[in-house]
Design a protein around this ligand. Structure first.
Ligand code: F3S
Length: 295
């Protein structure tokens, strides 16, 4: 019989779950009105399809929306985009993750308090664009420690980080700056959900015979989870839905581990667990038949 274990932290983080709930509520409360999300709410094709069926559409910019409801996703946006949405008389539902809002608020505060402000993050990530906007476009975005090499540091320096950055690399950057300036103010805006999800996946992978990592094939964080699991030498399969599972992968295995990326909804995880349970039934049937035969 297969033992199926799901990682302690798998699937949606708090911020994404909250955003999705807000969108679904908006669609339910405003039947007949189109609800637009500014950019895809999450990188999961199954969820996007589901939302489309509920009259929730993805707009890539405000220019595509003339009226109705616009939802700001968990990544947040630059304050000037919120202003533009207000000017267009759109109904705004701001589902920016509160942790991202904090990063925006701190970046703004650092700038206002006269710190040379840095955002540690990826230039083209929507969350970073929003934080940059919140800093009144005065912060400098650095992608890695070496980006600081060509920048003259002032006496007062401040830092925030993109919420999904690795704590180790942020620590290294801060350590490299601390003796170069008179005053350093750091807001640790890294969200630990990613770290917890990764370490619980690693722990589980070490303990099972085969690992399934569920999430969009184009999802960076799911791919990273699969890499972490396969580095434990446990056979690991990155799948988007239960239909991709080849039952051969389960042959000779007793313990199956399941984890999922940050944009994977619970129901996709449940489908995989259900399939494993069905497999269990098959095994039971086979073994009963065998017993009967031998009697
Ligand atoms: Fe998720 Fe918010 Fe953290 S969106 S990853 S809980 S910053």
């Amino acid at each position: 019989v297969l033992e199926v274990i799901t990682a302690e932290e798998a699937g949606f983080c708090f911020g994404v779950e909250r955003a999705l709930d807000m969108v679904l509520k908006a669609a339910k409360d405003n039947e007949g009105l189109t609800v637009y999300t500014l950019g895809p709410l999450i990188h999961n094709p199954q969820v996007v399809q589901n939302l489309e069926a509920k009259n929730v559409k993805v707009a890539s910019s405000l220019a595509e929306i003339d009226s109705g409801i616009v939802v700001i996703r968990s990544h947040g946006v630059s304050p000037d985009i919120l202003e533009q949405a207000k000017d267009k008389d759109l109904i705004i539902i701001d589902a920016t993750c509160p942790f991202v809002k904090n990063a925006q608020k701190y970046a703004r505060r650092l700038v206002e308090d006269g710190y040379q402000t840095f955002i540690y993050g990826d230039y083209d990530h929507p969350e970073v664009k929003g934080i940059y906007g919140a800093s009144l476009q005065k912060a400098t975005i650095i992608k890695q420690k070496s980006d600081l090499a060509n920048i003259k540091l002032r006496a007062k320096v401040g830092f925030v980080a993109q919420t999904t950055k690795s704590p180790e690399s942020f620590r290294e950057i801060i350590a490299s700056v601390i003796t170069e300036v008179k005053e350093l103010k750091v807001y640790n805006t890294i969200c630990n959900t990613t770290d917890i999800r990764q370490s619980s996946a690693r722990k589980l992978a070490e303990d099972v015979d085969v690992m399934f990592v569920i999430g969009g094939h184009n999802s960076a964080n799911t791919t990273r989870l699969a890499e972490i699991c396969s580095a434990t030498n446990t056979p690991t399969h990155h799948i988007e839905t239960a239909t991709e599972i080849d039952k051969k992968w389960l042959h000779g295995k007793n313990k199956v581990g399941i984890t999922a990326g940050a944009s994977t909804p619970d129901w996709l995880i449940r489908e995989v667990v259900q399939l494993m349970n069905e497999e269990n039934k098959d095994v039971n049937v086979e073994s009963t038949e065998n017993l009967e035969e031998s009697e």
